[in-house]
Design a protein around this ligand. Sequence first.
Ligand code: PLP
Length: 560
Amino acid sequence: MKIALGADHGGYHLKEHIKNCLEERKIDVVDMGCADTEAVDYPEYACKVAGQVSEGRVYQGILVCTTGIGMSITANRFARVRAALCTTPDMAATARSHNDANILALGGSIVSRETATEILDVWLKTDFTGRGRHGRRIEQIKQCTLTQVDPVALYDSDPEIHTVLRSEQRRESLSLNLIASENYSSRAIREAQGSVLTDKYAEGYPGKRWYNGCIHVDTAEQLAIDRARELFAAEHANVQPHCGSTANMVVYFSQLKPGDTILAMSLDHGGHLTHGHPANFSGRLFNIVPYGVQRESERIDYDEIARLADEHRPRLIVAGASAYPRIIDFPRLREIADNVHALLMVDMAHIAGLVAGGCHPNPVPDSDFVTSTTHKTLRGPRGGLVLSRKKYAAEINRHLFPGLQGGPLMHIIAAKAVCFQEARQKDFKEYAQQIIRNAQTLAFSLSSHKVRIVSGGTDNHLLLADLSSMGVTGKKAAEALDRAGITVNKNMIPFDTRSPMITSGIRLGTAALTTRGMKEPEMEKIGEWIAAVIRQPDHDKTIAAVAEKARALAAAFSLP
Ligand code: PLP
């Protein structure tokens, strides 16, 4: 057991006494000053001791100044520090047993040496009770530290952007987010993302960088690579793509020549822009043959994919989607690709968190390439990822850097490493399962309020509501829901007759609300509220009533 000791000039004599007491009791002491009674500034010594306690370098700390007040105020600004100013042995006993205090603050002019010795002995022999109401309250202290932290330097340097941040935080906490591609990253991820690593240039890959000084960012990137490979059982991982679009681009550029044929899911049946939309680089550079879903089942038509593959002999088949609510049959796609000697790429951007949590088949064993974003169900920082077979590793790496990107975003890569670490935990599995249960409950609730769900339900985190028979467009429904504090996006449904700017549907996803801790009962209510709004999108009273309930529900489930 090691205890750090610190004092200013007003606490020096009592600190020396405490030091002797601790040594007599065979306790290791780290004396961090001061060394005599010459005037010094107490925060300097409080910071030294509190820093040691906060970082877990010592078991506890003891701080002494004239009254103990300045020392305790300063020490309590440190994460994980609970400093208690004690003037009696009873206070010391309570501070330890109820508050799990880890720094004892004493006043050199307040307590005598005898009282200080008694306080010290009680402090040392009292343990935190650890359970029940006291444990719960310590947890609440931790939570309050997490939610109340304000970006102080930003406030001083750019109050306008500070206001944007605070307003967005407020908007997020007081509304219900059902955007299927969004989530709330953990505070740990945001800390890595907002860190000094943003300043480092590291063109190249771990161990082979263009610039010097990459020793620490190399560690971060190697951790991200190793964890991604392990999480998805992949032979190779490149964690540098700035976004999902670049991840797709690097696979195309590494394997195809302009004009080559790609067989991919069309945007209006659930595919993504980078799967061949005419306005996107993919549609402009390559010959795109689109596939879609069957009209009746609204599920992917694998026989039609096989037929199209046979007819067009694509170099690459792309699977994965932005708005497809059903499990994708990767072994079947592998078989189709093998029959025509095509490569298979799966873009698992939407479902990566479900795959990591073991709730959706993993596309890696069946694919040549798997691309992803890290910020949707996977709940990491905004970014991209490419997984591939080992034989493609060098080509992928070379086509990303120097082919497509310059310096990697090392702060994002560190945050990706944290994301993969979080996704390896047992509670992430439970999270992934709950996302699906929530989506299924939401689909059921909407259906029971006579809203048609595309394909009759969902196997994953998202669902598509078909509003075509309800006399409201997707655009109008999404705007009305926004006014009611429920955020969704308009979305085309298969065989939609309306334009992508208007649409006949809305897309709903449950990853973000599940992160906030919402479960089936909340989903049932939200389904009822959504149905009420889309049935009467111009009825101000209905919208106001839903808005009030939505706000109250949101306020009850905090953001991470
Ligand atoms: N792939 C799919 C399936 C997506 O849904 C998305 C984004 O929504 C992307 C790729 C592109 O990701 P990004 O926006 O990071 O470029």
